[in-house]
Design a protein around this ligand. Sequence first.
Ligand code: FE
Length: 317
Amino acid sequence: MTDIAHLGPVELLTPKPEQTLHFFHELMGMEIEGEEEGSVYLRGWGDYQRYSLKLTESKQSGLGYAGLRAWSPEALERRVAAVEATGLGEGWSAGARGRGPSYRFRDPDGHRFELYYEVERYEAPEHLRPTLKNQPQKYVPRGCAVKRFDHLNILASDVRANRVFAQEALDYRLYERIELDDGEEAGAWMSATIAAHELIYTQDHHRANGRLHHLAFWVDTREECLRAGDIFVDSEIKIEFAPSRHAVAQGFFVYVIEPGGNRIEVTTGGYYVYDPEQPTVVWTEAERRRGQFWGNATVETFHTYGTPPIEGVDHQP
Ligand code: FE
C-alpha cells in the first residue's frame, strides 16, 4: 500500500465551456453536481466523492490540476514533507469544494497537483438516490453513462525525471515503461492502486511543458466502449482513435476530441497487479513498432497532439 489512495478529482480547462459542458453532461452522461465562479463540477454515477471533474472556462485548453488523495492524515504529512524536500511545493490552501486542506505543488514538468485527505462523501439528491446502498448514485442511462474518472495521461519533456519524482516524492508504483534505443524514456505507466495505470507520463513530441495528453473515464464493458463510438459519430464529435485495445497496460479504449480541444477517453479492461514484487515491464522501440494489442497502428496525432496546443505546430485531430 502506498501513501496515495488514488488520483482525482481533475480540473479540465476549456475555451468553449458551453459545448464542453454539453459533451460531458449529454454525451459522456455525467451529472452536474454544482457550479461556482466560472466552473462546473461533474460526476460519474460511481464516483464516491461529490465530483471527479471540474470544468473551468479558460483562454486555453489543458489540465488545471490533478488531485491526489492520501490514505490518512499521517500519509498526507509524509507526502507533503517529501514534496517539500524537492523544492517543488507551493504551500497549503484551505481546500476546495467538497474537500479539506490541500497542499499545492508542481511536478518537474510544471503540471499542477493538490494533495489532500479530508473529503465530503457524496449524498445523492432525491432524484439520484440509488436503490442499493453500496452504490453512491443511481445509474442514469444517458449518453455513454461513464461510471467514474479512471486515469490521467500527461505529457512531459523529460519523462524519466517526472517518473522518478512520482515514485520518490509521491510513492507511486511503476508498472510499465517504454525505453527507446537511445536510452530515452518515452512513457511511464504508474499507479497508486492495483489498477495497471492511473498516472501516466508520455513524451511531449514538441518538448513542451505542462501539457495534457488525455483524461480517461471508466465504463464496465467493451460493448459500452463500442456504443460510445456510435454515440460520438452521431454527435459530430471527432473520434481520433477508434475502439481498440492498447498493448501497454492492455486497456480497451475509444479516444475523442471534446469541443474545447482536449483528448478524452472512454475506457475499460486493463489488468490488476496483485504481486507486491511485480517487476516493471520495459518495452523496447522494436516491440512498440509492433503496434497496439492486436497489431494495429497508432494514429499519428496520438503521438503529437496535446493541450494546450502549440500554435502553428500542433494540429487538432
Ligand atoms: Fe488512456
